[in-house]
Ligand binder design. Structure first.
Ligand code: ZN
Ligand code: ZN
Length: 154
């Protein structure tokens, strides 16, 4: 399992390999020491029951989507179709736009799920079975406030 630990102080994302994760890492952004308590299940890529960064037990699932990739496809599609539109080939222009959107959709559907910690936003990628639910705004509001109070950001 790959962990993207989020620094509690500056929100920098710090990649950690769960199998040989150290007891603590140092943030490359602000120099803060971040203790990690990686559980057996996380180390073995068997599942996530406790967050190694904040020790919270609440997670949600989202698609591992890189918005930059999707946007690039749409922009390139739009540019090409604008060219055709200029020369009066509206039908070709529209079909290129449509296929660009379709490519995005296909890419999105094939994406793997990533598990995210509600409290500290650390991300977990691996072949473990996904057990968390989809994102819930109310849960996020409650847990984020609780966590930020605890680490003294509020
Ligand atoms: Zn930091
Ligand atoms: Zn966490």
């Amino acid at each position: 399992m790959e962990i993207l630990a989020k620094c509690p102080k500056c929100d920098a994302g710090l990649p950690v390999h769960a199998a040989d994760a150290p007891a603590a890492i140092k943030c490359g952004g602000c120099g803060r020491d971040i203790p990690l308590s990686v559980s057996q299940a996380v180390r073995a890529d068997a599942g996530i029951e406790r967050c190694p960064v904040c020790e919270g037990g609440d997670f949600y699932i989202r698609k591992d989507f890189d918005p930059k990739v999707g946007l690039t496809v749409v922009i390139i599609g739009a540019l090409i179709s604008a060219g055709f539109y200029w020369f009066g080939r509206d039908l070709i222009a529209y079909s290129i736009l449509a296929s660009a959107a379709l490519i995005d959709l296909v890419v999105y559907g094939r994406l793997k799920d990533v598990t995210v910690c509600y409290r500290c936003h650390s991300e977990f990628r691996g072949s473990y079975p996904r057990t968390a639910n989809a994102f819930d705004l109310h849960t996020a509001d409650v847990l984020e406030v609780e966590y930020e109070r605890r680490i003294g950001r509020r």
